[in-house]
Design a binder for this molecule. Sequence first.
Ligand code: NAG
Length: 410
Amino acid sequence: MLVCLGQLLLLLVDIIMASYDQFNSGIFRINPDKINTKLDGYNIRTFEKISPKMCFDKCLRRPKCHSYNYNRHILRCELNFRPKYVSVDDFHNEVGFVYVEVGHYRGDPMYDTCLGNPCKSGEICENKKDAGGVVCVKDQEGKDYFGTVSTTKSGKTCQAWSKQEPHKHGFWAMNDESNYCRNLDGEQAPWCYTTDSETRYEMCDIPFCRNLACRSSPCENKGICAEVAGGFKCKCPCGYTGDTCSTRDKNKEDCKRSTNGFEYKGMINTTISHRTCQRWDSDTPHGHSFNNLNAENYCRNPDNEPKPWCYTTDPDKRWEICDIPFCTTPAQECVSSLYGEDYFGTVRQTKNGIPCQKWSDLTPHSHSYDSKLKDQDDYCRNPAAPGDKFPWCYTIDPDIRSDICDIPRC
Ligand SMILES: *[C@@H]1O[C@H](CO)[C@@H](O)[C@H](O)[C@H]1NC(C)=O
C-alpha cells in the first residue's frame, strides 16, 4: 500500500511538473492538418532545433510559405511553398511529423503576430518587442530571396523554371517563379539555370547582408561570429574556448548569479546530498519530460524551481536540488552570449533611458517573472532566451510596457 501511494505521488509530481513546464514555456498547440505525415517536394527551407511556435511563425510570416512539416522529436521545421495541386502522392508518411497549413491563421490576431504583413517580397516580417513592433528583415542566405533578379553573376539570362530547355531539371514545382534567381535547395546563394546551353546553372549576384566567413555559423555553443581579415573569430560564451568555442574552459568559475539559477550553464553534476545526477537525455532510473535539455547530467533549472536541480541516479531519490555556489567575480558589464541570457550587469534603464521596473513589482506592469527574477532588482535581464533576443526590462512608465536595454557586446 505504501509503495502504491508512493508511486501515485511520483506520478502526480510528474504530471504537475510536466504541466508546469508546459505552462512556463508556453507550449504551443495547434491542430495539425495531418499527423505522422509530411508534404514532400515543396521545401523552401529547413530550420533545425526550433520550437513548434517558431516554426509556425516562420511560415506565417513568409508570404510564400503555404504549410510546414514539423517534427517535435528532432525539432525540425520544414517550410513548404504552395504546391500547384496537392495530390495524395505529395504526402509521405513519416512518424513524428505533423503537417500544418497556415493559410487559415493568416490575419487572425490570435496567431498572426505580423498582421497586415507590410514586408516586401524577399523580406521576412518579424514582430520584435525590442524594435517596437513589426519590422522587415532581409534574409541572410538568400533562401528567402523572392526578388526579381533574373541574370546570373556573369550576366547570363536565367532559364524560366517552367521550361525544361536548354536545361532539364527537377524543379518543376517552381513554375510560378518566372526565371528569377532562387535558392530553394540550400545553395550558398540564389541561382538559376541559364539560357546558355553551355552553362547549366550559375549563382546570381545578389548582395548578402552578412559577411561570408560567418555565413556557415562556424562558432559552436552559441559563440558569436565576427568577420576579421581572412576569416572569422568566435566570441565564446562563458565556459567555452577555442577557435570555434568547442572546448570547455576548465578554469572558469562554476557558479550562479541568481538565487534560482535560471541562467546556470555550469558543469556541476551532483546534488546537495552528493548524489550523482541522471543525464537529462536518459529516462533511467527516472522517467521525465526534460529530455531535450541538452545538458549532459549537469544541474539546471528549466522549470523555475527555487534552485538548479537534477534527477538523481539513485532510484530512490527522484530529484534533488544542487548546491551551486554564487559567483565571486563581478559580472561583466557587457553581453557575451548570443541572447544575453548571461548578462548580470548593472544597467537598469531601457535604451531610451526609461528606468526599469523592479522584477519583484507587479506595477505599473504586471508580469510573471516576479518569482524567477525576484532577486534581480530592476536590472536589465533576459530570462526568456531564445524567445527574447537581448536583455530587457519592464519600464516604470505605464505607457511603455517593456523595452530592450542598451548594453554593449563584450
Ligand atoms: C561529473 O563532473 C565531473 C567534473 O566535471 C566529471 O569529472 C565526472 O566525470 C562527472 N561525472 C559524471 C557521472 O558524469
